[in-house]
Design a protein around this ligand. Structure first.
Ligand code: ASP
Ligand code: MG
Length: 241
């Protein structure tokens, strides 16, 4: 049975309706006979709202407490998605990064993943669970919660895909894939079927916000096949390999 990692960005989990829709997609993938690890971002603009909330009481938010606060956004998504999947009769369990064994350094608000202890995750997969993991967060060796930098759920997904030797890491957002130009500005822009890691990194360095830069670096280093696609359609997106 192949293992697939799927990552859903903020717009894909923005409302209960959207969460129910992606629950359907996740269950379909599971029932096609795959082991499935799902990484989620915070719902919609939650992260921005949490930052604003803390700034109301402290214009210079302490980084440790900011990380603790921001980590809640992804935990909400993970718990709600697992509940939505269970409502449809499929087994799912939600994990924080702590429960998932995602160990980082202690650089608050831009921590780096140092190691992933996959034991507990593999146990849950062996029990037939769909594993839902809160993205963007980690835990230090001293049990302090960190975050990986804005957009960091991509990095969680790629690091898990590398650690679990996933067949593919599917990145779901509201864009259909990687285009030759920004389709909102250039109407004749085409969606690419396939692109190389180097070409993707080049796009990222030119400012195209397709994927968190660190996520791309992990993909290239560990040779993870990436599929960048939309959670709003069944169309194939762009393969990066
Ligand atoms: N929720 C975090 C952010 O908005 C992480 C992510 O979406 O990947 O930056
Ligand atoms: Mg977000």
């Amino acid at each position: 049975m192949a293992l697939i990692v799927q990552k859903y960005g903020g717009s894909s989990v923005a409302t209960p309706e959207r969460i129910k829709q992606i629950a359907d997609r996740i269950i379909k993938t599971k029932r096609a006979g795959h082991r499935l690890v799902v990484v989620v971002s915070a719902m919609g603009d939650t992260t921005d709202e949490l930052i604003e909330l803390m700034e109301k009481v402290n214009p210079d938010p302490p980084k440790r407490e900011l990380d603790l606060l921001l980590s809640t956004g992804e935990i909400v998504s993970a718990a709600i998605l697992a509940a939505a999947i269970q409502a449809q009769g499929e087994k799912a369990i939600a994990f924080t990064a702590y429960q998932g064994g995602i160990i980082t350094d202690n650089i608050h608000t831009k921590a780096r993943i140092q190691k992933i202890d996959t034991r507990k995750m593999l146990e849950e997969l062996d029990k037939g669970n769909i594993l839902i993991i809160a993205g963007f967060q980690g835990i230090t060796a001293g049990d302090t919660i960190t975050t990986l930098g804005r957009g960091g759920s991509d990095t969680t997904a790629l690091a898990l895909a590398a650690a679990l030797q996933a067949k593919v890491c599917e990145i779901y957002s509201d864009v259909e894939g990687v285009f030759t130009a920004d389709p909102r500005i250039v109407p004749e822009a085409r969606k690419l079927k396939q692109i190389s890691y180097d070409e993707m990194l080049e796009l990222a360095s030119l400012g195209a916000k397709v994927l968190h830069l660190r996520a791309m670096e992990i993909a290239r280093k560990f040779n993870v096949t990436l599929h960048i696609r939309s959670s709003f359609s069944e169309e194939e997106g762009t393969l990066v390999r």
